[in-house]
Design a protein around this ligand. Sequence first.
Ligand SMILES: [Zn+2]
Length: 347
Amino acid sequence: MNPLESELDYPFGDTLPATGAALEVAPGIRWIRMGLPFALNHINLWLLDDGDGWAVVDCGISNDATRAAWEQVFAEALDGRPITRVIVTHCHPDHVGLADWLCERWQVPLWITVGEYGFARMMSAGLPGADGPATIPHFRRHGLRDREKLAQLEGRKAYYPTLVPSVPAQFIRLDPRIPLQVGAHRWCIMIGTGHSPEHAALYCESLNVLISGDMLLPKISTNTSVFAIEPEADAVGQFLESVAQFLSLPAQTLALPSHGKPFRGVHQRVRQLQDHHAARLDEVRAACDSPRSAADIVPLMFKRDLDMHQLTFAMGEALAHLHRLWFAGELRRTHDYDGVIRFVRLT
Ligand SMILES: [Zn+2]
C-alpha cells in the first residue's frame, strides 16, 4: 500500500469477490469483479436491489470470459431474481462492452447519459474521427514521429469495436436533474467530464454511498486525455472541476470505484488528486522553458517503458497537462515548420 492509499479507509480490507460471485457492500448493493486483459486487470461492477430484481451498474468488456462470469453471476448471485436494467457510467469498453448483450439477454433497457451514449455508438461503429486511425495524425501533430510506434498504432484500428462490438439501439437518459429511483433508494446523478464526455457517478444519500465509476479511484489517478476527436479539450481542467463536487458529500461516504477497493475518505482522495495534478503541472511548466511537444513531455511524466496501450494514454495525458497551462495563459502554442505543435512558457 502506498502512503497516499494509507490515508484512506478500506472497510472490507483485502476481501475481494471471487469471479462469478457477489459480495454485499451496503444494504442491497452487491460487488462483482470481472477480469480485464490489460495492465489494469479488473473492473468492479455493482448490483443494486431494484425491488423485483437487480439493476446492473457497468458491464465488463465483450469477450467469452466475461460472458461466462456473468452466467455464473446469473446462476449463483441473484437469489433467482432477474436483471431489471443496465446502468452504464460511461462509454469506455470495460464499462459498456457487454451492455448490448446484457440488455438483449434480459430484455431490459440501457440507462446512460446522452453524451456517453453518443460516443459509444460512434466509436463502436468506427466512424471517422472517433476511430483508431484518427489517432495517427493527431499524435504526429503532437510530435510522435517514431515509425515503429506509428506502425503499431496503425495496427490498433479496430480496438474499440473489438471490445464493444455493439451498443443498444435505444437508451434511457441519465439526467442530473432527475434522481434515479432504484428499488427503495434514490440516486443523484453527478456528471463528470475530463475522463469521458459525460460520466455519470451515482450518489445515494440514504445509504451514503457513491458509485464513483472512473471519476474517483483509490489507487490510480483517472486518465485525463486530449483525444483526436476533440483536439482542443481542457481535460485536466474539466476533471479537476468535476471531482471538486465530491467535496460536498459527507466525509464518511462509502465510495464504490470501478477499479481498486471500496473506500472511505472521498475528501482526502479529491485533495490527493488535486495535489497530484498540481505537481504534474509544475513539472510540465518547468519543462516548457523551451518549446516542447506532447511527445517531448511523455518521458518526463512517465519514467518507465510504455506499451502501445499505455503510450496512447500517456500522449493524451501529456497534452492535457500542456493544455491546462495553455488555457491558464501560462504557455503559448506554436505550429512549427516541421508540422509539430509545441508549447513554450510566456515568462
Ligand atoms: Zn473510463
